[in-house]
Write a protein that binds this ligand. Structure first.
Ligand SMILES: [Fe+2]
Length: 578
């Protein structure tokens, strides 16, 4: 028996399957449809989850949805009347769509909560976020906080998971929303809202201090937050933000007035004031979320916290929280704090309520579609490609990267989240000063201002970066600063301010990548590699062996590892003298 979880309300649809507390399989629809951030019903992801978990529809005993449309139908949330009506459709949409995926209705077809003999549970969106963090954390009990753009009506919640129940203690309602505030300014700066916030986060590192301060002083008064009478409060000055008008383009006139500059259009050049606004935005965001988390700690009196919601995709803040702010002794952020994770969170929540058991803490997320050795071999042979089967593939990858080559690596089951953690990754040498430009030109086609993340041996992370021993970032979810003594050695991965997004690797959690990193460390004395997702610009991460081969041959990647097989392009072969 198993619980199928769905996310069909967010900016990327997904499905996951949970069996007695353990996440068995999960994937975003984009990995199958090959449409970046696909929002359509995750039919392919559902089919994959059932197949992967070896669960037939007869053995599926619950469906969980990470959105509760009943809240929107019950309450008159006047600012959102149109949106509420549309969200009510979710009540039937998921079951109707599942009908198309799973086959025929059962005898009780008129009871929509009991189609196929399967109960459908609608889980409050923020509760689904909280469950994705608490139930996958290593904590028996903990505080939790969720922060995003909006759920049915909430944008922030905090409370306690006591090991048996979730108790939400406080919440902030939309339209007062940290996520929507960030997204609005993302669009103001000429980027895509609900999508490019991470790019704006990266822009801030180029800001000049005094200009950043100037814009901070203009932006900060538009937010009012703090604590009063033992409760957290937060209000956005809605005279300057019309993001709650979902069905019309934003009118930036009022914000242009207060900031003193016109909004940037998509292709306009990036200027000093744009970097400064990005930096001021990040500072406001960090103060707001920091204040909320300090309140969460004080109110609950608990030293351990589980965090989720799209705002905890903000790796710059996550890093600050765990290196300098240190509000909590221990922090867990799941690999999918964004909405894709509510498929998993809602299924975990329903499963936990039914069985009361929890699986192990999650420190790796290779639960997606897999490439088997047989599939890899079949695809290579069909395409008449020459390949090698090295004795030690990890050594070979490390040698190629150390020689300056860009190596794609597609191995077994893929990651669920948005960050590649080794199984669908592209590796490059962080010692090469201009590697960012080379990667951009040959493979990724990214904007010049965006740095690349690194995978680092966990035992060495505090030697290279400004963090304590024991620092963990198993999902590349935190940005830290390089130590001065290392700055000149790994110039290729440093952002403008000396920061790097890191992924810490332990042998028992990620043995394959651990061995590659160890081999690279033995050759070079550097315990880290640039690790970027295996995809081209505007494309989802590759899923199948065929996807990987297509990506390899349509980019300037030098070598490709498929399972344990190695393909190198002719110029690499010549240089290696083989
Ligand atoms: Fe969310």
């Amino acid at each position: 028996m198993a619980t199928l979880g769905l996310n069909t309300s967010g900016y990327i649809s997904s499905a996951g399957i949970v069996h007695k507390g353990k996440v068995v399989a999960g994937a975003c629809e984009e990995r199958f449809s090959r449409i970046k951030r696909d929002r359509s019903f995750p039919a392919n992801a559902v089919a994959f989850c059932l197949r992967s978990a070896n669960v037939s529809k007869e053995h599926l005993d619950a469906v969980a949805v990470g959105w509760n449309p009943v809240i929107n139908l019950k309450k008159d949330f006047s600012l959102l009347q149109d949106a509420n009506r549309l969200r009510g459709i979710h009540l039937t949409y998921n079951i109707n769509a599942l009908y198309g995926v799973l086959g025929e209705w059962g005898e009780d077809e008129r009871c929509m909560v009991n189609a196929f003999g399967v109960q459908c549970h609608f889980v409050d969106h923020h509760l689904a976020h909280a469950a994705s963090a608490c139930l996958l954390s290593p904590f028996e009990h903990c505080a939790f906080a969720t922060v995003d753009a909006f759920g049915e009506e909430d944008s922030m919640t905090m409370g306690v998971f006591d090991g048996a129940r979730f108790q939400t203690m406080e919440h902030i309602k939309f339209p007062h929303s940290p996520g929507s505030f960030y997204s609005y300014i993302t669009e103001f700066l000429g980027f895509k809202r609900d999508s490019d916030e991470y790019k704006v986060m990266a822009l801030g590192a180029y800001a000049e201090d005094s200009l950043s301060r100037l814009f901070y002083e203009r932006l900060r008064p538009l937010l009012n937050f703090g604590t009063k009478d033992g409760r957290f409060f937060f209000q956005v000055d809605l005279r300057f933000f019309d993001y709650y008008m979902f069905h019309r383009p934003y009118d930036f006139g009022a914000l242009e007035g207060v900031l003193g500059i016109k909004r940037r259009t998509k292709d306009a050049p990036l200027k000093d004031e744009h970097f400064a606004i990005a930096s001021a935005l990040q500072r406001c965001f960090e103060e707001l979320v920091g204040c909320f988390l300090r309140h969460t700690k004080e109110k609950t009196g608990i030293e351990k916290v589980a965090l989720a919601g799209g705002c905890f995709m903000n790796s710059v803040y996550n890093g600050r929280l765990c290196t300098t702010e240190n509000i909590f002794k221990d922090v867990y952020i799941p690999p999918f704090p964004d909405d894709s994770g509510v498929a998993i969170g809602s299924a975990l929540f329903v499963d936990f309520e039914r069985f009361g058991v929890r699986g192990e803490a999650m420190f790796q997320n290779f639960i997606g579609p897999s490439i088997t050795k047989e599939e890899a071999l079949q695809v290579l042979k069909k395409a008449c490609l020459e390949f090698e089967s090295p004795q030690c593939i990890e050594e070979e990858v490390a040698s190629l990267v150390a020689d300056g080559f860009i190596v794609g690596h597609a191995y077994k089951a893929m990651e669920f989240g948005q960050r590649a953690l080794g199984n669908r990754s592209i590796f490059a040498d962080p010692r090469v000063k201009d590697i960012r430009a080379i990667l951009n030109r040959q493979v990724k086609g990214r904007e010049w201002f965006r740095p690349y993340g690194v995978s680092v041996l966990e035992d060495h992370v505090s030697e290279v970066f400004q963090c304590d021993q024991g620092f963990k970032a198993p999902f590349m979810e935190k940005v830290v600063f390089v130590r001065q003594s290392w700055a000149s050695k790994i110039k290729g991965c440093l952002h403008n301010d000396g920061s790097v997004r890191v992924h810490t690797v332990k042998e028992d959690e990620n043995p394959r990548l651990f061995r590659i990193l160890e081999a690279f460390y033995k050759k070079t004395g550097v315990p880290l590699l640039i690790n970027t997702s295996f995809n081209l610009s505007q494309m989802p991460i590759v899923a199948t062996a065929s996807d990987a081969i297509a990506c390899f041959f349509t980019s300037g990647m030098d070598a490709l590892v498929l399972d344990d097989f190695l393909l190198v392009k002719p110029h690499v072969q010549r240089k290696r003298g083989r």
